[in-house]
Structures are given as structure tokens and as C-alpha cells.
Design a protein around this ligand. Sequence first.
Ligand SMILES: CC(C)(COP(=O)(O)OP(=O)(O)OC[C@H]1O[C@@H](n2cnc3c(N)ncnc32)[C@H](O)[C@@H]1OP(=O)(O)O)[C@@H](O)C(=O)NCCC(=O)NCCS
Length: 321
Amino acid sequence: MPFRLTDFRAADFDALDRVWKGAYPESFHVDPALIRQNSVESALFDWGASCVAYDGEEVVGFLTIKRSAGHLYHERHKEAPGDTAHINAIAFTLPEVGIEMMSLAKRTLADRGVAHLKFGQDQHHFFPGCPEEFKALRSLLMVEGFEEGDNCVDLERDLASYSNPAKPTAGAEYRMLTSSDRKSMDRMFETTFPGRWWFDVTEKLAADEIDHCVFGLLVDGEVQGFAMIQDWTQKRPMNGGMWRASLGKNWGALGAIGVTPAVRGKGMGNALLGAALENLKARGVRQCIIDWTGLVDFYGKHGFEVTRTYTAFTLPFEFSR
Ligand SMILES: CC(C)(COP(=O)(O)OP(=O)(O)OC[C@H]1O[C@@H](n2cnc3c(N)ncnc32)[C@H](O)[C@@H]1OP(=O)(O)O)[C@@H](O)C(=O)NCCC(=O)NCCS
């Protein structure tokens, strides 16, 4: 075997970033700090299944695997721990390197009894699926037995010229939430979005302030909807913020967004989106991203256009052994 695979203990993140930049088009470029934050600094990072590949002293690839966060979710949304693993990131100079790294990860995960390996979609993800542009990776996943799923996209627009097309709605209030709305917000998450979105927002609020990150829809004083919004000052960029290098100075991000079933279909989701985008515009946000979505028409009415397309890929281990 011409390549040497090691674990991440002595990983040189500048070298990993160089391999990443050689492998992915510019719109997917990140930085060494983000690779570190979303991999080894995550409690879900899988030290046993992740690896760095060397050709002599030169780093020629890396693969980062994360465990599922499903067991950390609210009771109603818990998944069995260890059921699913995720490829957080993979980059390689030659397909042979990708194959070697994948084979080590598959062996390790299959031996542990993991049932599925998903490309991306991990907690603090980079990728909601395999980027359409990265043909070498797509081919590798197919050769390795991954099954193709749905497509999703990232959408973007410059907010400098944004004007909110949403009609006003009677009896609803749209504003940043404050710490005194926290209980009402948590009630909404518990009943309507008890899984990943509640976990994401809770984690976000451990690092950033609620009145800077969570825009709310309130009816009769109760939180009935939310939009997580981020700007370039965020301490822990996520949900679109990982593409900050491509978004440029004064970047912003919106998502997740959701309203309770009781108020859906009355124009409030649309008005919440518009009001949250106006808030970001007022802060001076320019290029704004909405990542990992299929609702192209919903956001398209606010001028958002597709910038990246991904395909979901999952490897079921029972077929690959
Ligand atoms: C998406 C969501 C926020 C929309 O809120 P809403 O209050 O129901 O939507 P509105 O009444 O404001 O509808 C606005 C427009 O979007 C359209 N729309 C609403 N939900 C949609 C959906 N799920 N898919 C596609 N279009 C949708 C409506 O048809 C309407 O179009 P129109 O103006 O041409 O009639 C809400 O359905 C929701 O919370 N869904 C679950 C969470 C979710 O999927 N969030 C988005 C993740 S990317």
C-alpha cells in the first residue's frame, strides 16, 4: 500500500485545508479553524474511524467521521445511539487515497455494528449531501455501494437590494426573541420541532445570544415560529455559515425556519421569512445563504437562487459486508 493512514492525533489542519482546497471548487472552500471546529472539536467526532492519509511526509487526503447526534435529541425524537455514522468531510488528491480511507472507515464501523453511513448531514455539518460538482467523490460513493437519495440545495442572494414581498398579517408579531421568550420558545420546539432543530438552536444559544440569533413569530404573546439567523460576527457559524469564505465579508445565513401547524398556510411563514431577512439587511448583511433546503419556490419569491446542489448518499452496511 503506497499510502500511510494515521489517526487525527497529530493532524496538521493547515495541510488538511490545502488538500481540501485542491479537491473542492471555490464555493466549497473552508479554513483550518472550521475543519477543526466541525471535526475534532465536536463531541461526536469518531477518532477510530477517521484518518489522515500520507504519501511519504505529504498529506494526500483525510476522512472525518462523526457519530449521530440522535441520542442527544429530545425524548420524542431520540434515535438509538450508534445506529448511524456520518462522513463529515472527505478530501483526497487521488481516487486511490479515497478508496483506502473509505475501506478503513467501513471496516471499523461495520465491526462496531453501525447500520448506516450517511454522507454529510452530521451535527455541525459541512455537507447536506454530495456536491454535484465533485464528480470524483460521487463516483467513489457509488463504487463503494452508497445508495443515492434526494437532492437538496443551498440558496443565496445579496440583501443590499432586498425588499420584503410578504403581505402584512393581522394579530402576529415578528421580532428577535429575548431571554424572556425562552420558555415559550422551548414549548414550541418541544411540541413541533423536538429533534435536530431544537438541539441546533440550544447549542447555538450556548455560544451566541438569543436576541442576536433567533427571530420569532408570536401570536397572543406565545412563540409560534422561529428563524435562526446568523451574521458574520457569530462565534460558532453553522447552517450555511460554514461557506463564509465564499459568501465574503458581511455574510449572513437564515435557517432553520419553521412555524407551528396551527398557524401554517396563513402567510405567517412567508412574513416571518421577510421580517427576519429585513433584520439581517439592517445589520449590514450582504450575501445571505439558506442552506440544505428543497423549498426553492418559497425562498425564490424573496429573490433567492440556487448556488449549490447536493445529493444524499447512504451506505447500508448489511449489503456491503
Ligand atoms: C415552510 C413553512 C415555514 C411555511 O410557512 P406557512 O406559514 O405555512 O407558509 P405561508 O402561508 O406563509 O405560505 C407562503 C407561500 O409558500 C408556500 N409554501 C408553504 N409551505 C410550503 C412548503 N412546505 N413547500 C412549498 N411551498 C410552501 C405557500 O403555498 C405559499 O405560496 P403562495 O404565496 O404562492 O400561496 C411552514 O410550512 C413550516 O414550518 N414547515 C415545516 C418546517 C419546514 O419545512 N421549514 C423549511 C425548511 S427549509
